[in-house]
Design a protein around this ligand. Structure first.
Ligand code: NAP
Ligand code: ZN
Ligand code: ZN
Length: 359
């Protein structure tokens, strides 16, 4: 066991504070990783505050992890000491169900489902009752759930690809987004901003649908060619029936019907941000007329996470991030919670070891 420092919330009403946990030595098929950077996902905020009513405390979040391999178990073949690697939202699954067999571990249909990087009950005997995530110095993970970080990617800016990147790439690949598509990205935050870059790289025309008129220039700079301000009813009406695929990253309950009106015939509204009940029922009378659909998807599988990392390296894409020392994580949580974040905060984990940011 190694004493490992991290930041965790003790209760739903607590700020994150330093906490020491124990990480086991790597088993034969595991690697130990010294964490360099960890992105701050809105899911970390939901989870730390128990907004999904399933939080296991103490809660040490973090599932956008980039680090260096420091030790490998005896049978590890995919990674070596010194490699730059990533860990996303999952650290294990059953490996046997139809979804796992197809490389869709996020839909693991075993009784326990996939093992989350944090907030999942441990399956094997361990010092901890549940998993602790990447707001920590180090983590130990099965080698087949560890991603290779392609050379050339800025490491801090690549970290959010492990969740925000694959979560937006996966539905766009599944629903065949390409040069023929007009994609609308709803909500220009952590997921939304990288979704714009990925949709452009897939060849799509991209419109951003935002509550924030002041994000117009940023949206255009990211690669959108059009911006709709969702709080402006006239703007929404003027853009009805123009979009093929709307990817919503709105983190809160909302009325989906104004967004559905933006879709062309056969268009899809992919609700990937909000998992709480919507504020209004779907207006089926409008959906039936133009054969519209509402869909959703969860993160991405391990193979697809590697695919998006390689795709980003190939296309020169990384996230737009603000690197922070870990003692600013509570301020970052507050900004995210209040809907005023920079696109993505990424914690420089060197600050945990030294008390100072490394750059
Ligand atoms: N499906 C999955 O597997 C998956 C994976 C990761 C995260 N998530 C979820 O996705 C959501 C977004 O995560 P994120 O990290 O991108 O969050 P974020 O950085 O806070 O961005 C969300 C954006 O949505 C817009 N927004 C916020 N509140 C809104 C409201 N009440 N009505 C309309 N728009 C609103 C804002 O953009 P504008 O200012 O442009 O309007 C905000 O920047 C979270 O709920 C997270 O838990 C889902
Ligand atoms: Zn996430
Ligand atoms: Zn499975």
């Amino acid at each position: 066991m190694t004493q490992t420092l991290g930041y965790a919330a003790k209760h739903s009403f607590s700020e994150l504070r330093p906490m020491t946990i124990e990480r086991a030595a790597p088993a034969a098929n595991e690697v130990s990783i010294a964490i360099l950077f960890c992105g701050v996902c809105h899911s970390d905020v939901h989870q730390a505050k128990n907004e999904w009513k399933n939080t296991l405390y103490p809660c040490m979040p973090g599932h956008e992890i980039i680090g260096r391999v420091t030790a490998v178990g005896a049978s590890v073949t995919r990674h070596a000491v010194g490699d730059t690697v990533g860990v996303g939202c999952m650290v294990d699954s059953c490996h046997a169900c139809p979804s796992c067999t197809e490389g869709l571990e996020q839909y693991c249909s075993s009784k326990e489902g996939f093992l989350g990087t944090y907030n999942s009950y441990q399956r094997a005997p361990s010092a901890a009752q549940h998993t602790y995530g990447g707001y920590s110095e180090a983590i130990v993970v099965r080698e087949d759930f560890v991603l290779k970080i392609p050379a050339g990617l800025d490491l801090a800016a690549a970290a959010p690809l492990l969740c925000a990147g694959v979560t937006t790439y996966s539905p766009m690949k599944h629903w065949n987004i390409g040069a023929q598509s007009h994609v609308g990205i709803v909500g220009l935050g952590g997921l939304g901003h990288i979704a714009v870059k990925l949709a452009r790289a897939l060849g799509a025309r991209v419109t951003v649908v935002t509550t924030s008129p002041d994000k117009r220039q940023a949206a255009l700079a990211l690669g959108a060619t059009h911006v709709i301000v969702s709080t402006d009813a006239a703007d929404m009406t003027a853009n009805e029936a123009t979009i093929d695929f709307l990817l919503s990253t709105i983190p809160q309950p909302h009325d989906p019907n104004p967004y559905l009106a933006l879709l062309k015939r056969d268009g899809l509204y992919a609700i990937n941000g909000c998992i709480a009940p919507l504020e209004a029922p779907l207006d089926l009378s409008k959906m039936i007329i133009d054969r519209k659909g509402v869909v959703s998807s969860l993160i991405g599988g391990i193979a697809e996470t590697q695919e998006v990392l390689d795709f980003c390296a190939q296309h020169g894409i990384v996230c737009t991030v603000k690197v922070i020392p870990i003692d600013e994580v509570n301020d970052a949580f507050k900004a995210i919670d209040e809907g005023e974040p920079d696109f993505r905060y990424v914690i420089d984990m060197a600050s945990l070891r030294t008390g100072e940011p490394s750059r």
